[in-house]
Design a binder for this molecule. Structure first.
Ligand code: ADP
Ligand code: MG
Ligand code: ZN
Length: 501
């Protein structure tokens, strides 16, 4: 049993201490094959079917570097504004763990392929924080252990363990930040926003499927606290494999409150790895952290050094897509958005959807209106991602087109969208099936106008006497009679015409 940790109130933590963060993100590249052998690189599958002598570390097998893996590493480095090494090597990181069949991990040590970069991260309120990148290096993933029989799925208390080496040797890039200082109370938010921005960037680069839930993007969060008057960093803990954006934020916050209570009580922080518990948002102690010396790193003798030519690096630079942050700036200008409007758009995750709707012919304002208001609410109440709603940007553009051509009123358009969401077909099909077309035929409208005027002669009299505002009651009656399928503006014009003549 572990004792329940004492925690300090968060407001007190940030009053007394300055947090320092260090974020290590591991990303699995979605290359066709593994990093040092020809085995297929795919998530899951029957255990131990995607292995060969090399990724199983059998005697006599020799690794060969996957060029696409190096290419991915360089593109990531460039996107993070890093320098790219002219010459670098792989290194052996020696340790025993059953999921690591070679007894060492092929990694990079003091010669990473990319170093000295930065990523600008936008927080929820629009503030931009520059996170400096120390390095991005190449390595390989481990296999997976499955601990069976225990209550927690961890090795402690398990009856036996199973090993699956399908993932062993999958290309992995580790991206390490420099210590992030000065974020104060916003440290947990900065941590989440950084991982989120990095994920967007990696997705734009199309180097990984960045699925935190499947482990293709994983974050270890280092946290330490410094007393307000301290000049040196405090001792850090490293919370491992936090596998959602929300968990990154919670883990950092929890560690801050836990460490602060220990420090305030005169204790000291153990430099250790910790585990994050999704269920209650706490972290628990892991192993005492090894130092680099413990790993006895040495240059990998079975692989030649990597010396990417400057021509190749420049060719790869030319393949970089528009970066998410630049794209946001461009979109803000092109669509003339206020900072606030841009933020709303980002918060509901609608940028791509609105862009696709504009591409399909809608105006940015109208496209935005539908996605940020009606559809975001819909996604919220259904508890799904906006992009997973059963309506496409092309269909939203079609609805917008029907409104601007006068075939639908805004009110009818909402009904059409509901029909599309309910699976009744395309917007046009819903219009047909539900009979939602605007009554644009004046003669049909005039019949309704005449009936309404006849039914409310006093109102007709007021309008005739110059009280044009009174026409509202007649418009309402006509809309009711046409089941909302009339254009209110046109109805009003017809009423005035009728009464005036
Ligand atoms: P390790 O091998 O222990 O994982 P790394 O160098 O890969 O070490 O990563 C350590 C991370 O922690 C880096 O992001 C680094 O900037 C950060 N870091 C270093 N010292 C501290 C500290 N005192 N407090 C918080 N973060 C730190
Ligand atoms: Mg590390
Ligand atoms: Zn293999």
């Amino acid at each position: 049993m572990t004792a329940v940790a004492e925690l300090m109130d968060y407001a007190d933590v940030v009053e007394r201490f300055d947090p320092v963060l260090g974020l290590e993100v591991h990303v699995e590249l979605s290359t066709k094959t593994k990093m040092f052998c020809g085995c297929v690189n795919e998530f899951g599958g029957e255990p131990n079917t995607k292995t060969c002598p090399t990724c199983l570390g059998l005697p006599g097998s020799l690794p060969v570097v996957n060029g696409k893996g190096v290419e991915g590493a360089i593109r990531i480095g460039l996107a993070l504004n890093c320098e790219i090494a002219e010459w670098c090597r792989f290194a052996r990181k020696n340790y025993f763990y059953p999921d690591q069949p070679k007894n060492f991990q092929t990694s990079q040590y003091d010669e990473p392929i990319a170093f000295n970069g930065y990523l600008d991260v936008t927080l929820d309120d629009g503030e931009v924080v520059r996170v400096e990148i120390e390095r991005a290096h190449m390595e390989e993933d481990t296999g997976k252990s499955l601990h069976v029989g225990g209550a927690t799925g961890r090795i402690h208390g398990a009856d036996y363990s199973l090993l699956d080496y399908n993932r062993a040797g999958v290309p992995l890039i580790e991206i390490v930040t420099k210590p992030i200082e000065g974020t104060g109370a916003r440290a947990p938010e900065v941590a989440r926003a950084y991982v989120s921005a990095l994920r967007d960037l990696l997705r734009a680069l199309d180097v990984s499927d960045v699925r935190m839930d499947q482990g293709s993007l994983r974050c270890d969060a280092n946290v330490s606290l410094m007393a307000k008057d301290a000049t040196e960093f405090g001792t850090r803990t490293e919370t491992k494999n936090v596998n959602s954006l929300r968990s990154v934020e919670r883990a950092v916050r929890y560690e801050m409150t836990r460490q602060a209570a220990i420090l305030a009580g005169g204790g000291s922080i153990r430099q250790e790895t910790r585990h994050f518990q999704e269920a209650d948002g706490t972290t628990s102690g892991g192993r005492v952290k090894e130092t680099a010396e413990d790993y006895r790193y040495f240059p990998e003798p079975d692989l030649v050094p990597i010396a990417p030519s400057r021509e190749w690096v420049e060719q790869l630079r030319a393949t970089l897509p528009e970066m998410p942050s630049e794209r946001r700036k461009r979109i803000q200008t092109e669509w003339s958005l206020s900072d606030e409007a841009l933020r709303d758009l980002l918060n509901v995750g609608a940028v791509d959807l609105v862009a696709a709707t504009v591409e399909a012919g809608a105006s940015p304002d109208e496209a935005r209106g539908w996605w940020v208001n009606t559809l975001a609410q819909e996604a919220n109440s259904r508890e799904v991602e906006l992009a997973d709603l059963p309506i496409t940007p092309a269909q939203v553009a079609e609805v917008i087109g029907l409104v601007s051509s006068g075939e639908l009123t805004n009110k009818l358009a909402k009904e059409v969208v509901q029909g599309v969401l309910a699976g009744e077909g395309s917007p046009r099909e819903v219009v047909e099936k539900r009979g939602l077309k605007v009554v644009s035929d004046d003669s049909a409208l005039l019949v309704a106008v005449d009936e309404a005027l006849a039914a409310q002669p006093d109102v007709a009299e007021k309008i005739r006497g110059g009280k044009v505002a009174a026409a509202g009651a007649i418009v309402g009656a006509v809309m009711k009679a046409t089941k909302g399928q009339a254009d209110a503006k046109r109805v009003r014009e017809l009423i005035i015409e009728r009464v005036g003549s």
